[in-house]
Design a protein around this ligand. Structure first.
Ligand code: SAM
Length: 254
């Protein structure tokens, strides 16, 4: 059984490096080039601060599934350097609000500095674990997340938390890593592969079932073929276990 505190330390160390040394040699793609490949619109990317995009470590583009509307209240789980938070803020405008939650200080420091410099007053960041959301019930119209839930050990409590903080009729729009087969114990207990978004990934059908079990109704699930890991060892593990990126849209019933 993987040790939760040790794993969280490992994940935080890896994403602190992504925040501080964005041109580093990672096993997953980062920065604006992968955002372009995943389908982020050039027009919005041109309006985004480069500092946020350089540490982007997401795996998909879920914003097209049901576009955000002006005035909406959005929560981003595992907001990293803030690329998706800023992307969302540009869409909901000053009448809306966007909250990013993350556990890694280096990511929070970076995203807060960037958002302050960009005078995005409708944005705030909260330090915390996405397994214990410190927000009121029914306080968001939309919950987004990009490449994060696979990193958590207890995915059930994350989807239960999403169900609680969404208003009736609200939506979950996420991209994440899933597998085509069940991972062997040796991979699941490897903190390095876990932090690289492989070790904690579950089979696609099991992942969708966890969402359904929380009470959310799945509308769409798309595979993001443009997403590829970057280094040989991770690529071969990804191929062996049919690891892929998917984007999912699900609604909280009214
Ligand atoms: C793969 S990065 C993705 C960051 C961002 N969503 C993006 O697209 O650039 C994962 C982020 O999730 C955060 N994270 C991982 N597990 C977390 C947890 N259980 N609670 C809060 N944050 C978490 C990490 O600190 C890191 O910033």
């Amino acid at each position: 059984m993987i040790d939760l505190e040790q794993l969280r330390g490992y994940i935080s160390d890896m994403y602190s490096d992504v925040a501080r040394f964005p041109r580093g040699d990672f096993h997953f793609p980062t920065g604006r080039p992968i955002m372009e490949r995943l389908g982020y619109s050039q027009e919005l990317l041109d309006r985004m601060p480069g500092k946020a995009m350089e540490s982007f470590a997401g795996v998909g583009h879920h914003f097209g599934l049901d576009p955000l509307r002006p005035g909406e209240r959005v929560l981003d789980l595992g907001s990293g350097s803030g690329s998706d938070v800023i992307h969302a803020a540009l869409q909901v405008g000053v009448d809306g609000s966007v909250v990013g939650i993350d556990m890694t200080d280096a990511m929070l420091d970076k995203s807060r500095r960037i958002v302050e410099a960009a005078s995005l007053t409708q944005v705030r960041f909260v330090k915390g674990h996405i397994e214990e959301l410190p927000f009121d019930a029914e306080s968001f119209d939309c919950v987004i997340s990009n490449g994060v839930i696979n990193l958590a050990v207890d995915k059930t409590c994350i989807f239960d938390g999403v169900m609680r903080v969404l208003r009736a009729g609200g939506r979950l729009m996420i991209s994440d890593i899933v597998t085509g087969v069940e991972l062997p114990q040796s991979v699941r207990e490897n903190c390095e592969l876990w932090a690289e978004c492989i070790g904690g990934a579950v089979e696609q059908e099991q992942y969708l079932e966890l969402i359904r079990a929380s009470g959310l109704r799945i509308e769409t699930c798309e595979t993001n073929d443009a997403y590829r890991f970057t280094q040989d060892a991770t690529l071969s593990a990804a191929e062996k276990f049919k690891v892929r990126s998917v984007s999912v849209l699900a609604y909280k019933p009214r």
